[in-house]
Design a protein around this ligand. Structure first.
Ligand code: BG6
Length: 478
């Protein structure tokens, strides 16, 4: 993570052109435009910046401005009208088909025109805001039109932001990586997993490595199990056609859930620089024990919510999972024998992302604590969203004449802490970090490959699992 001076000082940022390939799509509307507007109003973009939207749709200049305006998601009174107007002045449009080389040549000349106006060669940041099936086409056209090159005089960089899903299996991920690697160096490639940008997930590292009361216990001698949850209440919300060929394991398992595991289980990095952190995250992921045809039955539960097949875009005989629970193991001396439960689903009772760390029961002091084993354990919970915070369950003596203990909770809630209530949006953070060149919150190629390897060991043995139907709003799937 880089030093704050470069983060907060826009003057330190070189002029930059940000090209959004597929600006008319859903992601640009929901995430990118609002994030850029927020960064702009916080004065976190370079003083000289231009956004160019590239897409198939035909717009007049005015129509495009109106279109973007409509996608900003601004609450009344949130920003000054003048700020919005100035922000819009930075955005222009280039219409073109993604496979038309002429359109890329026009884009290149438009960018050259901006550089000439600024009198210097600027940074170029590209975001592929398109379905992954278009990545290859766009990437090769970027290459052929010279857009992948950085400034000749070394004054400006070129970087690319690429969204998940990064490939649809190990093979296609390797292929995409090779293609990217032939055009860009690793330090130019920013592979987005927006969970990495979630504040509490980042806080886990700070919490683990700056509180000496927890880190010594962070191993198999003291930790009984770790439960990682990414629960959603929503079903498909119109994304059925995208989701059905993918399913929960690929949609959030291969990326968000495994990244949570990487952070909670990683060894202390040599330094807090991006490279060292990414190396440690990748190491943990590469130590995940793959499933085989025997273990999968005991260690993986897959489910589909009732009514899923009736949703728009879903095959009426779909066998796609909308829920999974995996008992994973990390084959390192620190974690030998400690189960990591990875659980995620759509249409569940609650929407929350959190990690529970269960400490082993200390039988010597467990005087009178009743109930199941879990009721007698200390639990440290990182609540990633909503209601961001950290809590610890501990035991105290109940007032009275006998010696019985009762559980209580110590809580730290972001919303109750002064200066912790404003949490940057994930995409704001990611775009910002791409501008300043900090890759900490982006996945490395080793992390991607290691997570695919683990997920593929499940996908290749799916026949050995049964798809269980669950009711919408279910709390636990047997
Ligand atoms: C996306 C998945 O990557 O993450 C979605 O494609 C999922 O299916 C989403 O809903 C969850 O992200 P968040 O930030 O809303 O928890």
């Amino acid at each position: 993570m880089q030093q704050p001076s470069s983060i907060t000082d826009p003057v330190a940022l070189h002029p930059t052109i940000f090209v959004i390939y597929g600006i008319t799509g859903d992601l640009a509307a929901r995430k990118l435009i609002p994030a850029l507007l927020n960064l702009y109003t916080k004065r976190l973009l370079p003083q000289r910046f231009a956004i160019i939207g590239f897409s198939r749709r035909v717009f007049s200049r005015e129509e495009f401005r109106e279109f973007i305006r409509g996608r900003m998601n601004v609450r009344p009174g949130q920003f000054k009208e003048e700020d919005i107007k100035h922000f819009l002045d930075h955005i222009t449009y280039e219409q073109g088909m993604f496979d038309d080389t002429g359109a890329y040549a026009r884009l290149a000349s438009k960018m050259k025109g901006i550089d000439d106006r600024w009198g210097q060669c600027s940074n170029k940041l590209y975001h592929l805001s398109v379905p992954p099936t278009l990545y290859e086409k766009i990437l090769s056209n970027i290459a052929h039109s010279g857009l992948a090159q950085s400034c000749d005089d070394g004054t400006g960089w070129t970087r690319i932001l690429i969204e998940k899903p990064f490939g649809s299996d190990s093979e296609t991920a390797r292929h995409l990586d090779k293609l990217l690697g032939s055009l860009f160096k690793e330090e130019q490639i920013f592979r987005i997993d927006h969970y990495l940008a979630k504040e509490v997930l980042q806080n886990i590292m700070a919490f683990r490595f700056s509180n000496s009361m927890f880190e010594p216990l962070w191993n198999r001698n003291f930790i009984d199990k770790i439960h990682i949850k990414l629960f959603e209440k929503n079903g498909m919300e119109g994304r059925g056609a995208f989701y059905d060929p993918i399913g929960a394991l690929k949609d959030v398992g291969q990326n968000h859930v495994l990244m949570m595991l990487a952070i909670i289980a990683m060894e202390a990095p040599k330094s807090f620089r991006a490279h060292d952190i990414r190396v440690e995250r990748a190491k943990v992921l590469s130590k995940l024990k793959p499933m085989n045809s025997r273990s999968i039955n005991r260690h993986v539960v897959r489910g589909q919510y009732m009514g899923y097949m009736q949703e728009v875009g879903i095959s009426p005989s779909s066998q796609t999972e909308t829920y999974f629970r995996i008992q994973a193991h990390v084959g390192s001396s620190r974690w030998k024998g400690v189960p990591f439960y990875l659980e995620s689903g759509k249409a569940l009772a609650e929407a929350k992302a959190e990690i529970d760390v269960y400490f082993k029961e200390d039988k010597r002091l467990r005087a009178g604590a009743a109930g199941t084993k879990e009721n007698r354990q200390n639990i440290l919970t990182f609540r990633i969203q909503p209601d961001e915070g950290i809590r610890v369950r501990f035991f105290v003596k109940k007032p009275g004449y006998d010696f019985t203990t009762e559980s209580k909770t110590l809580k730290f809630k972001y919303s109750e802490a002064t200066s912790f209530d404003i949490i940057p949006d994930d995409y704001e953070r990611l775009i910002h970090d791409a501008f300043v060149g900090d890759q900490t919150l982006f996945a490395s190629t080793d992390e991607i490959m290691a997570s695919w390897k683990f997920i593929m060991s499940i996908l290749n043995n799916l026949k050995q699992t049964q798809l269980k139907l669950y009711e919408r709003g279910a709390g636990y799937i047997e």
